[in-house]
Design a protein around this ligand. Structure first.
Ligand SMILES: NC(=O)c1ccc[n+]([C@@H]2O[C@H](COP(=O)([O-])OP(=O)(O)OC[C@H]3O[C@@H](n4cnc5c(N)ncnc54)[C@H](OP(=O)(O)O)[C@@H]3O)[C@@H](O)[C@H]2O)c1
Length: 272
């Protein structure tokens, strides 16, 4: 019998790597990202912890690389879990890059992996609580639908408002929020598209978490803590556990929803 494979994009660091450590030891773990050295360090850590683990580089914003990754994973065994944690934050990239990596990358991952996945498997797409700050009227479903049919027009429409903002960080912040709003919408869409095949799809939205990315965004994102019930940043381990729980087969009835793991900061904005 084929061994089960858990693929983790962005698995070389942060909450992706933390999630790997909560997966059952019987599964093969495949970590991926753009930086080989980082992935190799993660594989060593996982092997020392008793996992059979592999690394393969992939830029998830390039469909052909995602296709190669999915084919490689399918050769290792039966793809049972895809945890898509790869992403960039506002301080890391310009608006177009953020949309290409966070939004279109999610399209490529879900589409290419679902071709190999069978009943009882799961995709967890990592979004962000920033998505909840984007007003509903900006999350235009007609625009989002274009991601499957006309990528250039999708990017043009999503970039219209961010491009109007003079402040670079605010412009990237809006593009980031939109890209993550898209992730929630797209995961829900895929839950229905793939549901009949028995592939479960969810998204999970972290709040401010003390990873490399979170620490980089801590100054701007720190204001989120004011409305949180937990007055601190989340830890990668807390998020790793939450992600692994959503990906667990025993959570088989959790589908098409976003799981908000943000210490209460989003609900806190409206609660008082
Ligand atoms: N930390 C937070 O406060 C926070 C809050 C809300 C949401 N999130 C989301 O949580 C996810 C995980 O982030 P993290 O906090 O764990 O940060 P992290 O440690 O920086 O992890 C992100 C990973 O994504 C990989 N990556 C970036 N661009 C990629 C690309 N084009 N193709 C493949 N891999 C790529 C990075 O590796 P390479 O650079 O080597 O490719 C990195 O290992 C992200 O999607 C992020 O947006 C984080």
């Amino acid at each position: 019998m084929k061994k089960e494979v858990c693929v983790i994009t962005g698995g070389g660091s942060g909450m992706g790597l933390a999630a790997a450590k909560y997966m059952p030891k019987e599964k093969i773990i495949l970590v991926t990202g753009r930086t080989l050295a980082k992935l190799e360090r993660a594989v060593t850590e996982l092997q020392e912890a008793g996992y059979e683990a592999y690394a393969k580089t992939c830029d998830t914003s390039v469909r052909s690389q995602v296709q190669e990754l999915a084919a490689y994973a399918a050769e290792l065994g039966e793809i049972k879990n895809v945890i898509h944690a790869a992403g960039l934050s506002p301080a890391m990239a310009v608006p177009e890059k953020l949309l290409r990596v966070n939004a279109l990358g999610t399209v490529y991952i879900n589409q290419e992996f679902s071709k190999y996945m069978k009943a009882g498997s799961v995709i967890v797409d990592i979004s962000s609580n920033s998505a909840y700050m984007i007003p509903g009227f900006l999350a235009n479903k007609k625009t989002f639908t274009l991601a499957d049919t006309d990528e250039d027009l999708f990017l043009k429409k999503c970039l219209k408002l961010p491009k109007m903002l003079k402040d670079d960080y605010k412009s990237s912040g809006l593009a980031y929020g939109l890209s993550k709003k898209f992730v929630i919408w797209y995961a829900a869409k895929c839950a229905f598209d793939y549901g009949s095949k028995g592939i479960r799809v969810c998204s999970l939205s972290p709040g401010l978490i003390a990873t490399d990315m979170g620490n980089l965004e801590a100054k701007e994102g720190g204001s989120l803590l004011e409305t949180a019930a937990e007055k601190r940043m989340g830890t990668p381990e807390e998020l790793g556990f939450a992600i692994a729980s959503v990906a667990d087969e025993r959570n088989g009835y959790l589908a098409g929803v976003d799981v908000l793991v943000d210490g209460g900061s989003t609900i806190g904005r409206n609660y008082r």
